[in-house]
Ligand binder design. Sequence first.
Ligand code: GFB
Length: 300
Amino acid sequence: MVGSAIHRKLLGLGYTNFITRNSSELDLRIQETVNEFFETERPDYVFLAAAKVGGIWANQSFPADFIYQNIVVQCNVIHSAYATGVKKLLFLGSSCIYPKLAPQPMKEEYLLTGLLEQTNEPYAIAKIAGIKMCDAYRAQYGCNFISVMPTNLYGPNDNYDLQNAHVLPTLIRKFHEAKQNGDPAVTVWGTGTPKREFLHADDLADACCFLMENYNQEGLVNIGTGEDVTITELALLIKEVVGYEGDLIYDASKPDGTPRKLMDVSKLTNLGWKYSIELKEGLKQVYADYLNPSSLIPHP
Ligand code: GFB
């Protein structure tokens, strides 16, 4: 989802000289393969969007996969980027790197000031390692490697799996299927009270290109809207967009996760960037994509 959005954005900005690989063409978990790829292709600029990602259930169910695959992919790519003289690399992290009970909204300097949320600690630790690796290569070798922390994302090419995906695409599918089947209610996990911030992948891609062109410092930059909604508010919005008439029921046996993770986006705003796709508008867009997947631009 993120890689294809960045590719679309760069095409729109007029860039033409791309080197892309999908996961079946290049397995970033294998160090030798990654070294060979960088030695042969010699990219100048790298967007490291590849990651093992998933929703709260997937993070809880596959903690070993989340910590191992993310650490090994970013180690291989960041080190090869250094070894082959990449001019600049942008590493994508996640808002879950911040402490579970961080003051809200969360500023970049809250990193490593408290305990992490249990449901995604292995993923968060991997992403924190990626930030620290970029900073270490900058400090020791002078590499221009930057880190950006997106909030919860959605957009074309999202994962709609009922069990392992994130809340927004899963609820689109649940409401759509309930409407089609005439089901009386849709099940929402947890209590519905946690708050989440949602950013469209096209806005994220726009911010990544903006930072690739304009930001050259250590540390991290939050990318978000600076606005959040409760899971119940999100569910009601999706219900409206899908046109479902039934009820919501809550499954308290499922985890809520962190109570709130709203990004403080003042660093990015001060650099001159702001999101443009409002949540309701974005939901209408992705629901249209969901209904007509052939309209999607293929993954590069
Ligand atoms: O999007 P989500 O899976 O992950 O869940 P996180 C967000 C909230 O939505 C939780 C609730 O409180 C869920 O209990 N929820 C309600 C649902 N209904 C559903 C449903 O049908 N499916 C899902 N998946 N959730 C992930 C992290 O956290 O967010 C990752 O685990 C990463 O590491 C990612 O940071 C952005 O927002 O809690």
